[in-house]
Design a protein around this ligand. Structure first.
Ligand SMILES: [Zn+2]
Length: 269
């Protein structure tokens, strides 16, 4: 790991303005589980798609029942040394943007200010019809009131979903208080695109950066991988700190195969 830290330090010295892209591996040391194992394959069943969620009340009951149990683990998680090290890099003026695939808000809680939540935020709920936005905590309180006995942790996943049984016919899901529309966490579901203005903001960050630094992502999801492709097209160097294999391993300037919560603090120390 010492070699990896030294190589990364040289990379950061040579490229003083970084676009940082973070993935699930940046939040696993905070106790938020990863979707994928070291080979990039699914650890659990695939997350619910947008089509499934929006198309069926039964799917929404299943989602919210799991989410009711999974949310407290995300809400109660705190930033880890990787988040804090990125905050230090930002204060040193080395970070153009932190683009995160995580929906937990932990970069902001660690003190990072230049964050773009690529896949949205789990602490916000929005109405698919009128766009009203609600605090997740308020929706959680309703879910708990209406569905006593469903609380409790266990089986949490990064999207706040959790495994639940199938006896959900009586499970009650709140509708939008403004218009009665369908409520959905303000996160990008599988099968749903990242809003174009958000992608453009990230690309503008990449244009202003000397290099792309990927932290804790296998880059298996295209929404993150596209920044590696864009960097390559521009001739922008790419470094990755990730424990496992990534989709971009053949295209990297530098790969540090280690835990980002150990490497990044050593880098800024
Ligand atoms: Zn509404």
């Amino acid at each position: 790991m010492v070699d990896g830290v030294a190589a990364l330090a040289r990379f950061v010295d040579r490229h003083p303005r970084l676009l940082v892209l973070t993935g699930a591996g940046c939040s696993t040391p905070s106790g938020i589980p990863d979707y994928r194992d070291a080979d990039g394959s699914w650890k659990h069943r695939k997350p619910m798609s947008f089509a499934e969620f929006s198309g069926s009340p039964a799917a929404r009951r299943r989602y919210w029942a799991g989410s009711l149990r999974g949310w407290p683990a995300v809400r109660d998680a705190g930033p880890n040394p990787a988040h804090r090290a990125l905050t230090v890099l930002e204060r040193q003026g080395r970070v153009v943007r932190v683009v995160t695939q995580n929906v937990d808000g932990l970069h902001q809680r660690a003190g990072s200010r230049r964050v773009i939540d690529l896949h949205g935020r789990l602490d916000v709920v929005e109405c698919l019809s009128c766009g009203a936005r609600l605090r997740r905590e308020d929706v959680q309180a309703l879910l708990c009131d209406w569905n006593p006995g469903f609380e409790g942790k266990g089986g949490a996943r990064p999207d706040g979903d959790a495994s639940v049984g199938t006896a959900l016919d009586g499970f009650r899901v709140p509708d939008c208080p403004e218009c009665g529309g369908v409520l959905k966490p303000a996160v990008v579901f599988f099968g749903e695109g990242v809003p174009r203005p958000r992608v453009d903001e990230c690309m503008a960050g990449l244009c202003a950066a000397d290099a792309l630094l990927v932290v804790g992502s296998s880059l298996m999801v295209y929404s993150g991988y596209r920044f590696v492709l864009a960097a390559r097209e521009r001739g922008t160097p790419v470094a990755v700190v990730n424990l496992g294999r990534t989709r971009a391993d053949a295209q990297l300037t530098l790969k540090v195969a280690a835990d980002c919560a150990r490497v990044l603090p050593a880098l800024v120390a």
